[in-house]
Ligand binder design. Structure first.
Ligand SMILES: Nc1ncnc2c1ncn2[C@@H]1O[C@H](COP(=O)(O)OP(=O)(O)OP(=O)(O)O)[C@@H](O)[C@H]1O
Ligand SMILES: [Mg+2]
Length: 486
């Protein structure tokens, strides 16, 4: 049963699909209502802003906090309300109306939505809800110019331009959401806009365990490998189709990195949210209007190697930067990245062919390929699963050899450990001079920590980060406190 009261939605939303089959659910947007005085105030505020924008020319920038203060003062002056809480609420409502993203603004603010999709005029705006999957909304645009006005305001905010000459806009909103917009001639049915919402509260490994994307065996195994007991931190690529959850899994695994390490992240659009204090975040820069000043992934990966990183994390590996990254991995740095592909073999084929062109001999610098899949259920809702984990164990007669360690079983929806032994564990044991059984014992201990956290829903990025940090400082204190609770 879906209701307004279960906190799925704030007051602006409701579903009108209660008790209907899931495929008929509609995302219903209720436009905020304004009183006559509020409407007048809105009109006046808009006119003032337009005047200010015209007089400031190109340098026009809105200072949201200052504007919010001005609006609150105006409300007080006009005695619309003198209750502080009400003034604040009204001021925010008006601010949202003025500087937000027009009709889709409430959707952008809804953390339950994964994606917002405008596909043209006279067609419903679609949304992908984290829990209920793809659904139509009750919002429709009847004219191109309404959609273009939203796209233009996004373009202005990120200092880009979209026009006949460059009809594609790719960028990031100030809240971190990714946006892609197209206008005719390349989108035949009118302007389109796709917004991949940034999750302010990112999914952690505990969420992935609770949601069955991984199980605690696999998570504990990866924790040990990511850390490598300080002697051999694993390098891994997370591979999968579009929107299969690669970045999310990468982000979740990065939390296992020992907080003593220095991490450098390199991305096209900042998506990663890593709890470590010592993280340097780098973002590529597209060329400016004169086609100058571009900084590519490759430029940033090269530069990161001069920054003494312990770990280099590359958001998405797809071009020339692959060779730079693999050179770094072959020369003692550790790293992670995501890559677009459908299976482990294809991951290797893509890496070793144009445009990445990584020499085969270098591929064994990665220890694992973690395959991630998005699986659609019959009700249209999708689930994400790590479908397999393959170790790269070497090369025979020009072919890279893989050792499958974990595999998802579609019938039982379980992830099975399918390997008798792991090369990665063996080499950690060799370097440490210990037996692999000791590593398996350590994996069991870490598994008990993860299961405790999952059971008690201790999942936030910082809550979990603290436990991992403590575990690295003194594992037995953490293990003791868990057994005290259980
Ligand atoms: N394991 C998961 N369980 C539930 N939701 C998930 C999971 N992984 C990712 N998501 C959600 O799916 C969406 C896409 O995830 P993500 O960006 O990680 O995918 P991706 O494979 O990196 O996509 P892209 O191909 O665009 O790079 C996000 O909104 C994210 O919150
Ligand atoms: Mg991604």
């Amino acid at each position: 049963m879906i209701s307004k009261n279960n906190n799925i939605y704030d007051e602006k939303y409701e579903f009108n699909g209660i008790n209907k089959p899931k495929k008929d659910l509609q995302y219903k947007l209720i436009k905020p209502k304004f009183s006559k005085e509020e409407k007048e105030l809105l009109e006046e505020l808009r006119n003032n802003l337009v005047d200010l924008a015209i007089s400031s020319g190109e340098n026009f920038q809105i200072d949201e906090n200052a504007l919010l203060n001005d609006i609150s003062e105006w409300i007080n002056r006009n005695t619309l309300s003198d209750d502080n809480k009400k003034v604040e609420k009204l001021a925010n409502k008006l601010l949202g109306e003025i500087i937000g993203y027009g009709d889709i603004d409430p959707m952008i603010k809804d953390d339950n939505l994964e994606e917002i999709m405008i596909i043209g005029v006279n067609k419903p705006v679609f949304v992908y809800h984290r829990e209920y999957g793809m659904m139509e909304s009750n919002l429709t645009f009847s004219e191109d110019k309404e959609i273009i006005s939203i796209i233009d305001s996004i373009a202005r905010q990120i200092n880009r331009r979209i026009d006949q000459e460059s009809p594609i806009l790719d960028g990031r909103l100030s809240d971190g959401s990714r946006v892609n917009a197209t206008i005719p001639p390349i989108s035949a049915d009118g302007p389109s806009l796709t917004i991949r919402k940034f999750k302010k509260d990112p999914l952690t490994i505990i969420d992935l365990i609770r949601g069955n994307t991984v199980n605690s065996d696999l998570a504990a195994f990866l924790w040990l490998c990511v850390d490598g007991l300080g002697v051999k931190p694993a390098n891994a690529l997370i591979s999968g189709g579009t929107s299969s959850g690669k970045t999310t899994t990468l982000n979740a695994l990065a939390a296992f990195i020992n907080p003593r390490e220095r991490i450098i992240t390199i991305e096209d659009t900042l998506e990663l949210q890593i709890p470590h204090k010592h993280t340097v975040r780098m973002e590529t820069k597209p060329p400016n209007i004169e086609n100058k000043g571009e900084l590519t992934m490759d430029d940033l990966v090269k530069n990161s190697l001069r920054q003494r990183p312990d770990r280099v994390i590359v958001g998405e590996v797809r071009g020339k930067e692959a060779i730079t990254l693999f050179t770094a991995l072959n020369t003692g740095h550790s790293g992670f990245g995501t890559l677009h592909s459908n299976n482990s073999r294809e991951t290797i084929t893509r890496l070793t062919n144009s445009p990445m062109n990584v020499p085969k001999i270098m591929i064994s610098a990665i220890d694992f390929i973690i395959m991630q899949n998005r699986i659609y259920r019959s009700d249209g809702v999708s689930v994400r699963r790590v479908s397999e984990v393959d170790e790269i164990v070497g090369m025979e007669e020009g072919t890279i050899q893989l050792n499958k360690i974990f595999q998802w079983n579609g019938k039982t929806d379980e992830i099975e450990n399918v390997s008798v032994s792991s090369n990665t564990l063996q080499s950690i044991a060799d370097i440490k001079g210990i037996k692999t059984t000791e590593l398996h014992n350590e994996i069991s201990r870490r598994k008990s920590v993860l299961e405790f956290l999952a059971k008690n829903n201790i999942r936030s990025i910082h809550g979990l980060g603290k436990v991992i940090e403590n575990y690295y400082l003194n594992p037995y204190t953490v293990l003791d406190s868990i057994s005290d609770f259980s």
